[in-house]
Ligand binder design. Structure first.
Ligand SMILES: C[S@@+](CC[C@H](N)C(=O)[O-])C[C@H]1O[C@@H](n2cnc3c(N)ncnc32)[C@H](O)[C@@H]1O
Length: 313
């Protein structure tokens, strides 16, 4: 049978926007551990940046988020209202103004965005702000401070973002995807038996804002809704680090298949201090790939990375 997943993803590409909890590092791990025939829709109730769907490229998808700005940007790219040429011209012009006026200009754009919205200012703010964060206050106003680099929108940076938009647009031409502003509960209710639901909810109690608040009750409710799903599903969630284990997984997601992935993050600014974090992928019975296949696909990806090293290095 022709399966859509598992598959080896050789190199992960990043979409034009960044958000907290972006799964760039985990995409190959997700792709090789899920088994799904791809006959229904790939459904993400918590799409965030969209990095998972854009790299997997299912034929049909429903990608939802409560954050209306993310959804508006992708709908504008899909409809052709925002293209790579428009983005290039816009960011070049905005970059020049930022260089000329400095951080005051950033705050002017932020105020304007907070009163009138718009995909292009959203993209500019996301790529100009401190650490590429996406954070809103309790009234839904974008409140990340300036990233302190007025010279940021150099030609190479604008080209990079432009290429990311072109990549997303080329995918959206070829697929049947819907981007929806919605709370996860509504999306969990439209699922059909052939679909596959990939859930990547916010961290419990980690960080709260207008679009991104997540309580223990929400987390429990999601587990309950997943239990009743008629189709396959997988959930991404942190499992443990040196100091803590995520009890929520033990309490509310036990009895499912769990695949784990360990990655490292730097502590503070010191390169030498690293801590490890184990991420879990909880998978509904019957939808996890064979361990042996997942391992083989992992090796395939590693070999590709080795072979693609430039010969003169
Ligand atoms: C951890 S992020 C998803 C990251 C995404 N998988 C990626 O790789 O970029 C969680 C997302 O859930 C969204 N969200 C928060 N509460 C939500 C809710 N109640 N319903 C739907 N989406 C929600 C947030 O706006 C955020 O984009």
């Amino acid at each position: 049978m022709n399966q859509f997943l598992p598959k080896a993803i050789q190199s992960v590409r990043v979409p034009p926007i960044k958000c907290q909890g972006i799964k760039t590092k985990l995409v190959p791990f997700i792709a090789r551990n899920i088994s799904w025939d791809g006959k229904g829709r790939w459904i993400e109730p918590f799409m965030g940046s969209g990095v998972v769907a854009f790299n997997l490229r299912p034929e049909r998808a429903v990608l939802a988020d409560t954050n209306k700005h993310i959804i508006e940007l992708y709908n504008d790219i899909k409809s052709g209202k925002v293209t790579e040429v428009i983005v290039k011209n816009y960011l070049t012009e905005m970059g020049n103004k930022l260089l000329e006026k400095g951080e005051d200009f950033y705050y002017e754009v932020r105020d304007e965005f907070n009163s009138s919205g718009g995909s292009l200012p959203f993209l500019f703010l996301n790529r100009a702000c401190f650490n590429g964060l996406m954070r809103f206050n309790s009234k839904g106003k974008f409140n990340v401070p300036f990233g302190r680099k007025p010279e940021r929108f150099r030609k190479a940076y604008v080209t990079k973002i432009t290429n990311q938009v072109a990549w997303v647009r080329s995918i959206l031409h070829a697929v049947d995807w819907e981007f929806v502003v919605s709370d996860y509960k509504k999306i969990m209710a439209i699922v059909q038996a052939n679909d596959f639901v990939y859930m990547d909810p916010p961290y419990i109690g980690r960080h709260t804002d207008y679009f991104n608040s997540w309580s223990v009750d929400d987390a429990r409710h999601l587990a309950k809704l997943a239990e009743d799903l008629s189709c396959g599903f997988a959930l991404s969630m942190w499992l443990e680090n040196k100091y803590r284990r995520n009890n929520h997984l033990d309490l509310h997601w036990n009895g499912y298949q769990v695949r784990t992935y360990e990655h490292f993050y730097h502590v503070g600014s010191t390169e030498s201090l690293r801590n490890s974090m184990t991420e879990a992928l909880v998978i509904k019975e019957g939808f996890a790939s064979l361990q042996s296949v997942a391992k083989k696909l992992d090796k395939a990806a590693l070999q590709h990375e080795l072979f693609s090293l430039p010969f003169d290095k």
